[in-house]
Structure formats: structure tokens, C-alpha cells
Design a protein around this ligand. Structure first.
Ligand code: NAD
Length: 442
């Protein structure tokens, strides 16, 4: 559907297109033809509950069990589902259930490897939240397990299923941008919540929360609810801004540009300027990545509310995704007479140059207005959720056994991007990716 109202109201000539979602429609048709898929969720914190809520909009799927280490999360999960389901603090009990076809893994990053490998070996298909891995080794262990047990595995970077990103991918692939050698991306927030300073729920203790299971091989320390609820701030459990936000930007860039591999090199800088609350990660990180066909300049800053942005700068056009708006603007590639360097020529020579140029280049119709007319803007419809589409895509693959939109290899490569950024930041030197050795070297 084409609408021009907002553009006209803004006095611009740009065309605004409301994108049409299709994933859910396809999922409905598919679900009507098959049986209900029963799934369980392991990790029902903030994201786990968001995913459960989204699952209520996906046809032909039903959550039958949930697992989490804190009792409060088990209650929250059932409240989200608006019905009682089987619960356990021990995720292995959920994996033992024969009525569970697939699992959503939305636990803390340092637990992904153990839970995902156990789920795959129990014969379950897996949707694992981003970033796939806490370490490079963890990522390759999960890739190997998905392939060994031959299960459907999808990683949870929902931008990969977004209709906005699909349109961006189409524009990129059409060549309308020309050669793109420069990509810029940032995600900036300016609030305690944006910096993971989450409140600690009253009444949490070691009776209603399994602290030993949370540590999972991390150094053994006494119960610390701050570490449990703000785990992203600590290197034993999270990866800071790299694992939280860079991985979304990287997977979006990979998807849109059709890039499947890892950057060959990354160089980071940054620092901890404001949230000096004992955290081990910076609140500003900026990284330059070397990909074969382009360079990426990426930033996350917790000290200014800049929002989410990806810009692709080509020699024929610029494509910007800002929040949930996509804009394509062509560059002026019309031949033009040199206007600058001839300023220093004698008037007679300048006149001659212009006359010759005009003879060689009969002028087309005025171009400036045409360029403005060619600006295209795309937005998703109100209420659109890429998370719902990403889940619908996963369950479609579970049903059809066809490859999913973001498999373990893609998710692993995206996560390595965040490990490269952190390696460079902490070691104060460029991080080099050695693909053959599957290692970061400096
Ligand atoms: N795709 C997105 O936009 C998005 C958004 C937020 C979070 N995430 C990802 O989702 C995951 C969870 O993040 P969150 O914000 O919900 O964190 P959270 O702290 O709110 O929830 C994590 C939960 O995992 C549980 N858990 C940890 N180990 C477990 C185990 N062995 N068995 C069962 N439960 C276990 C914890 O008890 C906790 O309740 C992370 O990987 C995060 O990066 C993705």
C-alpha cells in the first residue's frame, strides 16, 4: 500500500510506503495443515516472557512447560501465558518431557552452551536468544551440536525476520546503492534501564533462587542478586554492549548485505564514563570492523539517547534505517562540469572549458527536483513485531524441516563480531580473526 499523506504533510516530495507483513499469514496456512507444535521455554526472565507473549500470536504452537532458576520468573511466565503449565527449576526435567518438540532458550548468555547442547542432544529443535555464544569456543560447540544431532536451530536476532530489513536487503541487492564501502551503525541509550541498572525484586534469596545453578562453571562466589539480575555488566556471565546490542547491528548488516562471514579485524576504543557501579564493561564502545567488501564503524553509547541506526553509504545512494523507518536517497551521479578547481583559471579558459563541456554533455532535464522525488521511505504497519515474525519463522522451519532464517552458523558468526570488539577493547590492540584456527589473535 502506498501512502503519501505524512510526506505531503511534512512538505516533502518523498514517497512513504507502508510495508505489508506476510510471515504470519504464511504461518497460519501452514499451521492449519499440521499438528500443534508443543514447546518449552528455558529462561523466563524479561526476554523469555516477551517471547512467550509473542508466541501467543503465532498460530499452531503451544507452550507446555517452563524452566527458570528463580521462582518469581516461573510465576511471571504462567501469568504471561494466562494459564498454568509445568514448571521446574531444573531445565533437564523439561528436556526429558516427550511432549516437548522444541525449546526456546532465553537464559543468561553464559548458560547458552550447556542448555543448547543438552536440548539438541535430547532431540529438541532450538530457538536460542542472541548472542548465541558467551565465548568463541561456546559458539563452535553449539554449531557442532546442531549439526551432529541434525536439529533445526535458530538464533534470536529478530531483525533478520523484520519486513523493514527484508526491504533494505532488497534495495541493497538491487544495486541501487552502487558500491557500498562504508557502513555506520550505532545504538545509543541514556537511562539507567538502558544501562541494565535493573531493580532487584524484594524477597529474592537462596531458597527461591538457585544461585549454584546460575554460576554454571563461573567462579564460585556468595549469593549476589546484583550479579543475577544485572548479569550483562559482568564478564563471567555477559559481554556488555557487544553481546547486548552490537550483535543486533551486526546481524542486521550481515542480513542486509548478504554477508555470511566474520570480520577479519576489529579495533575498539571506549571507556566507562558514568555507570561506575562495579561493572566490568564500558558504557561507551566504538569499533571499526574490516569486512571484505566494506568497513563498518559501530558504536554503543549509554550516555546519550541517539536510538538505533544503520546507514549504508554507496556511490549511487544512501540507505538509512533509523528506529523503524527505512529511507533510500539516491546520490547525484549526473555528470557535471567542474566548478571548483576552475575558479583559479583565467576567465577565458574557464569559458572555453564550459563551452566544450556543454558540447560533450547535452544537458538533461533539471536533476535536483528529480532526486528529491526519488527518495523512498518505508515503515512497518502499527503493531508490527519482528519478534513475532522471527518466532513464526522458527516454528515454520520446525514444521517443514526446511532451513531457518538465522541458523547456528549465521548466529555464531554474528556473535564472534561482539567477541572481536571486546577482545580489542580489553587488550587495547586490534583483534584479528583466524578463521582456520577458529580463534581471535591480536
Ligand atoms: N532478541 C532480543 O531483542 C533480546 C532482548 C533481551 C534479551 N535477549 C537475550 O535473552 C537472554 C535472556 O535475557 P533477559 O534479558 O531475559 O535476562 P533475564 O536476567 O531477565 O533472564 C534470564 C533468566 O535466565 C534464567 N536462567 C539462567 N540459567 C538458567 C538455567 N540453567 N536454567 C533455567 N533458567 C536459567 C535466569 O534465572 C533468569 O531468570 C539473553 O541471552 C539476552 O541476550 C534478547
Amino acid at each position: 500500500m502506498q501512502i503519501g499523506a505524512s510526506a505531503i504533510a511534512a512538505g516533502a516530495a518523498a514517497k512513504v510506503t507502508l510495508l505489508e507483513p506476510s510471515t504470519l499469514l504464511a504461518a497460519t496456512t501452514q499451521a492449519e495443515a499440521g499438528n500443534t507444535i508443543h514447546f518449552a521455554s528455558i529462561g523466563t526472565g524479561v526476554r523469555g516472557c516477551e517471547l512467550l507473549k509473542a508466541s501467543l500470536r503465532v498460530p499452531g504452537v503451544e507452550c507446555v512447560a517452563v524452566s527458570d532458576l528463580w521462582e518469581g520468573r516461573l510465576t511471571a511466565a504462567q501469568e504471561t501465558l494466562k494459564k498454568p503449565v509445568a514448571t521446574s527449576r531444573n531445565y533437564k526435567e523439561v528436556l526429558d518431557r516427550k511432549d516437548v518438540d522444541a525449546v526456546i532458550v532465553a537464559c543468561t548468555d553464559h548458560q547458552h552452551r550447556r542448555v543448547v547442547v543438552d536440548a539438541l542432544s535430547a532431540g529438541k529443535d532450538v530457538y536460542c536468544e542472541k548472542p548465541l555464544s558467551h565465548t568463541v569456543d561456546d559458539g563452535f560447540a553449539m554449531v557442532a551440536a546442531a549439526q551432529k544431532y541434525n536439529r533445526i536451530m535458530q538464533v534470536g536476532s529478530q531483525r533478520v525476520s523484520s519486513i523493514l530489513y527484508e526491504k533494505a536487503r532488497e534495495i541493497y541487492a538491487s544495486g541501487a546503492l552502487g558500491d557500498v564501502c562504508c557502513i555506520q551503525a550505532y545504538w545509543d541509550r541514556n537511562s539507567p534501564s538502558g544501562a541494565w541498572v535493573y531493580p532487584i525484586p524484594p524477597g529474592v534469596n537462596e531458597q527461591n533462587l538457585d544461585w549454584t545453578a546460575f554460576l554454571n562453571g563461573a567462579p564460585s562466589i556468595p549469593f549476589d542478586p546484583v550479579r543475577f539480575f544485572r548479569w550483562r555488566c559482568f564478564t563471567d556471565y555477559g559481554e556488555g554492549l557487544g553481546g547486548d546490542l552490537f550483535v543486533h547491528l551486526i546481524s542486521g548488516i550481515m542480513f542486509i548485505s548478504g554477508t555470511s562471514g566474520v570480520a577479519s579485524r576489529a579495533q575498539s576504543t571506549g571507556g566507562l564514563f558514568r555507570f561506575k557501579d562495579g561493572r566490568q564493561f564500558p558504557d561507551l564502545i566504538e569499533t571499526y570492523y574490516d569486512y571484505p567488501n566494506f568497513r563498518v564503524d559501530m558504536r554503543c553509547n549509554l550516555n546519550n539517547d541517539g536510538g538505533e541506526f544503520i546507514g549504508f553509504y554507496g556511490d549511487k545512494g544512501t540507505m538509512i534505517i533509523k528506529g523503524s523507518t527505512l529511507t533510500f536517497s539516491p546520490q547525484n551521479t549526473q555528470p557535471e562540469p567542474e566548478a571548483y578547481s576552475v575558479i583559479g583559471w583565467p576567465a577565458e579558459l574557464r569559458k572555453q572549458y564550459l563551452a566544450d563541456w556543454e558540447k560533450d554533455h547535452p544537458l538533461p532535464a533539471p536533476f535536483v527536483s528529480k532526486l528529491t522525488e526519488q527518495v523512498e521511505t518505508y515503515v512497518p504497519p502499527p503493531g508490527y513485531s519482528d519478534t513475532v515474525d522471527h518466532e513464526a519463522n522458527f516454528f515454520s522451519s520446525v514444521r517443514s524441516r526446511k532451513p531457518c532464517v538465522e541458523n547456528e552458523v549465521f548466529g555464531n558468526n554474528a556473535a564472534i563480531g561482539c567477541h572481536l570488539a571486546n577482545y580489542s577493547y580489553f587488550n587495547k590492540k586490534a583483534a584479528v580473526w583466524d578463521g582456520a584456527a577458529k580463534k581471535i589473535t591480536g
